[in-house]
Write a protein that binds this ligand. Sequence first.
Ligand SMILES: Nc1ncnc2c1ncn2[C@@H]1O[C@H](COP(=O)(O)OP(=O)(O)OP(=O)(O)O)[C@@H](O)[C@H]1O
Ligand SMILES: [Mg+2]
Length: 565
Amino acid sequence: MTSSAAPDSPAGPLTDEQVAAIRAGYEVEGAVLEIGALVNGDALADVPVRIPIAMTNRHGLVAGATGTGKTKTLQVLAEQLSAAGVPVFAADIKGDLSGIAVAGAGGEKLLARTAGIGQQWEGQAFPTEFLALGGDASEPGRRGIPVRATVSSFGPLLLSKVLGLNDTQESSLALVFHFADQEGLPLVDLEDLRAVVQFLTSDEGKAALEQLGGLSKATAGVILRELVAFAAQGADEFFGEPEFDTADLLRTTPDGRGVVSLLEIPGVHDQPALFSTFSMWMLADLFNDLPEVGDLDKPKLVFFFDEAHLLFRDASKEFLASITQTVRLIRSKGVGVFFVTQTPKDVPTDVLAQLGSRIQHQLRAHTPDDAKALKSTVSTYPTSGYDLAEVLTTLGIGEAIVTVMNEKGAPSPVAWTRLRAPQGSMDAAPADHLAATIAASPLLPRYGTAVDRESAYELLSAKMNAAAEAEAQREAAEAEAERAEQERKEHDRIAAEAARAERERLRRSGGTRTTTRTTTRRGGSSGGGAGGGIGDVIGDALGSRTGQTIVREVLRGIFGTLKRR
Ligand SMILES: Nc1ncnc2c1ncn2[C@@H]1O[C@H](COP(=O)(O)OP(=O)(O)OP(=O)(O)O)[C@@H](O)[C@H]1O
Ligand SMILES: [Mg+2]
C-alpha cells in the first residue's frame, strides 16, 4: 500500500499536520467498517477512514445529490456489516441494491480505483433475503417474500401517515382504534377498519360514537372516504395475515454472516409514502419486541432507510416525535439506523442530532434553494482544514465528506474520502437469481401465501390474546414479587393484616392493570361490548366474526403499533 502523494508536498488542501491528525483520528482498536481513504489531491491509501462497528448503533446519515454514490455507499456499509456478522435491513426503493446478492464483476477502471485507496477488491456475494410488500409469492415476476401487516398491528399513527390525514383526523383515527381495541375487534385488513368506522357513523353506533368523544361524524366520514380511496389503489393487499415477524430480520448464516434483508415494493412510484411507512412499522415493531441490551461490540441489526425524505415529508408532529423517540431509544436495543437522502435538510433537526456518522456526498448549488441547503449543511460541521462549501460542490462521484463517532463517542476529524467500491454487483441482481433465492428462502413457507380473512381473524385474535396473556402473567409475577417483598418487611401486625386484606381484595377483583400504554378493557365483544349488543352489530358489519373470539386486552407500543410479545 503506497500513498501517491509525496508527504512533503501535499497536492490537496490539507497540511501534513492535518493529514496526520486525520490518520490518528481514524485509528480504531475494535472491528471497523472500512469506508475508504482520505483524499488530499490524490487518494492516500495509508490514511483509511472508517466507522467503529461498535458505534454503528449511534446511527448515521448518508446524503448527496442524485447519482453521487449514496446507494453504493449504503451497499459498501451493508456488505461489511454482513461480513462482520451483523444482519442488515434496507428499504431498497429503486431495486438497485439487489446486486449485493451476486459477486461484482470488477473491470479495469474499478480495480484502478480500488488499488488507489488500498482496497484489496474481489467480487463477493452476500447472503440476501428479498422481501416485497404485499401480494402472494406465487405471482409471476415476484420480487420478494410477501411482507404484510395487519391493520391492528400497523396502528393509527402510521395509517394516518399513509392516508395523508391531518392532525385532527389523525387523532380521530386513534379513537377509532381505541374503540376497536376496547371492543376486542382484531382489524385484519382495511375492510375491517372500514366496517368499524361505518358502524360508528351509523344509527346503531351513535351511542358509542358519543361515548368515544372527540370523534365527529364529519371527520369519520372523511376517514371513511380516504380508506375507500386507499383500498381502491390496491393497498388492501399489503394488509393481512400472515403478518411479517420482524425477528426474521435478525438472522445470521451458519458461517456467521449477517443476512441482508432487502424490502422492495412493486410499483413504488405510485405509493412512496406507504413504502417508507411500512419500513417504519418494521422499525417500530423491532423497538416494541427487542429487550434493552445497552452498547454491544456489534449491533444486532443495522437498518437503512434509502430515500428517507419520503418518511419525513408531510409527517405530522406526533409522527415526527415518534420517529425521534424511536431513533433515540432503539440504540440501547442494539439497532443502528442509517438514513439515506439527498440533503440533511430532509431530516428533522431532532433526528439529525442523533446521527453519529455522516457521509456527505456531493451537493449541488444550482438554485438559491440549493445554495441555502449547502450553507446550512456546512454550518453543521465541526471546524476543519477544508473550505467545505467549495469541497462539497466539487466532490467526485463515490467521494464524500465524512465524520463519524469514534470509540470514545466523540466526532472524528472531517475527512474528504474516496469510498470503497462494493464487492457485490453494482447492477441489480438478475430476475432468475431473485426467483431462485425466493424459492429457496426459509421464509417462503411461512409468508408465501396470504391466509383467508376468516382464519386471519382467528390468527390475529390468538396473537393479541397471547400478548395480553404474556403481559398479564408478567404483571402478575411482578405484583407477586412485590407482595412477597412487602410481606417480608411487614413486622407490624396491623400493616401485615392490611396487606393481607388488600391481597384478598385484589384476588377478588381479578387484578388491576397500571400500564399506561395499554387499553385495559377486558371481555371483548361477545355480548360484553359497551352499550350491549354493539359487538353484535359490528359483528354483522365485519361478517359475523366478532362473536367467535374473545380478545382480552390490547397492548400498543411506540407509533401505536400493536405489541405482540
Ligand atoms: N463507491 C463507489 N465506487 C465505484 N463507483 C461508484 C461508487 N459510488 C458510486 N459509483 C458510481 O456512481 C453511480 C451512481 O451511484 P449511486 O446509484 O449510488 O448514486 P445515488 O446517489 O444513490 O443516486 P440516486 O440519487 O439516483 O439514487 C454508480 O452506478 C457507480 O457507477
Ligand atoms: Mg440511490
